[in-house]
Design a protein around this ligand. Structure first.
Ligand SMILES: Cc1ncc(COP(=O)(O)O)c(C=O)c1O
Length: 388
């Protein structure tokens, strides 16, 4: 059976609270909340004014429903998912549980986001292993191509491959299906920080089979800050959590019985849940955002955002700016480079025109979502032309 081909989603700005004169093209920095998610959050905050309405079941029902919904969005079982407050927390769980041989290597990319680097540096120091950093690949006429460079760097000495799905500075795409085959061949673990892609870029778990995979919700999952999810492959579900909290112990539903300490955990990846994962205020916000993503469909989101980044890329090229070809970048994420150097005060000048993008290194990140209109793109180019 063939997968259904994706459909393009019409503009969804009315679901957000973004004034007409704002061109917000910076989802890679922080997504705006949906009105539905903000409304759920308002109710959740208000409920804390009357805590007598919060029952012991509420400690479990909302979070389990959210866990299941996230699992559905990524095509996994709820047992595979734990709640984390940040990408760094999920990477720390992976780093504390995957053994590394002395003299072996942990692979990362040049300029990879620090949340997927620092824990590995510590693990390497403590276990006598080394960090191997894949250098930025030479620019091809189509842009940098990381996948062959990563493939060359994976050897029998590699124990862990710690990667994103696209580079956070410029959206350069990493073919994780290809990389994961080699990772499995050499017996290395694959740990993914998909903070800059999950929710906007399809990821085939059955093909890629990561060992651990983490994403906070505040970017492409359209959720709040300080909430995130960790996917854990079956072989790691009996590992050591980062902290010991009562909620993820077996039988914690029975509050009266909590004085009888319990050694075993709740099933699956729940053992890794952060403390206070019931998170009454942020959980409904997260759930509403995930529901909207599930309703749109990640394939459809990606296809729609690709049309937006393609259109922006074509206009940028006409202005003499440099972008990667479609096949070497993620569908939702455009890195624009300035052959004459980044203009002074670029971000400030654009912000004066109510155009919001970000700069990482020499790459201007233009990262639209379904709320962006053709007028936003016109505004971006009018403002750019004025500074070039
Ligand atoms: C690739 C990537 N990973 C992780 C994060 C956020 O990390 P954390 O949740 O640890 O603050 C960011 C934020 O910009 C990012 O770009």
């Amino acid at each position: 059976m063939h997968a259904k081909s994706p459909s393009l989603i019409p503009n969804q700005r009315s679901l957000f609270d973004i004034p007409d004169h704002i061109a917000y093209l910076n989802c890679a920095y922080m997504s705006p909340l949906l009105k539905s998610a903000a409304a759920a959050g308002g109710e959740a905050i208000a409920s804390k004014m009357q805590p007598w309405g919060t029952t012991s079941e509420d400690f479990f029902t909302q979070s389990e429903a959210t866990r299941s919904l996230f699992a559905k969005v990524i095509g996994a079982d709820a047992d595979a998912i734990s709640f984390v407050p940040a990408a760094s927390y999920g990477i720390a769980i992976a780093a504390n549980n995957i053994p590394i041989g002395e003299g072996q290597e942990i692979l990362v990319l040049a300029e990879q986001f620090p949340s997927n680097v620092y824990a590995w540096q510590r693990a390497a120091d403590e276990q006598g292993a080394h960090i191997r950093t894949v250098a930025s690949p030479a620019e091809t006429p189509n842009g940098p191509d990381w996948t062959p460079a990563i493939m060359d760097a994976i050897t029998e000495r590699t124990d862990i491959v710690a990667l994103p799905h696209c580079h956070w500075t410029d959206g350069a795409h990493i073919n994780l299906t290809t990389v994961s085959k080699k990772t499995r061949k050499v017996g290395a673990a694959l740990v993914l920080d998909v903070s800059q892609s999950l929710g906007a870029m399809p990821l085939d778990l059955n093909q890629i089979k990561p060992d651990f995979m983490v994403a906070p919700t505040y970017k492409w999952l359209l959720g709040p800050y300080a909430m995130g999810f960790l996917y854990v492959a079956p072989k790691w579900r009996d590992g050591r959590p980062l902290e010991e909290n009562w909620l993820n112990r077996k039988g914690s539903e029975d509050f009266a019985g909590l004085v009888d300490y319990e050694d075993s955990y709740q099933p699956g990846a729940r053992r890794y849940d952060m403390g206070e994962r019931a998170n009454f205020q942020l959980m409904p916000v997260t759930k509403a955002a995930l529901q909207q993503i599930a309703d749109w469909g990640v394939d459809n989101i990606a296809a729609t955002l690709q049309t937006k980044t393609d259109a922006i890329a074509a206009r940028a090229t006409r202005l003499g700016l440099t972008v990667s070809a479609s096949e070497l970048r993620a569908p939702h994420f455009l890195g624009v480079r300035f052959p004459g150097g980044v203009p002074d005060g670029l971000l400030e000048q654009l912000a004066k025109q109510h155009v919001y993008v970000s700069l990482r290194g020499t790459s201007m990140r233009v990262t639209p979502h379904l709320y962006n209109s053709a007028e936003d793109v016109d505004r971006l180019f009018a403002a750019l032309q004025a500074v070039l």
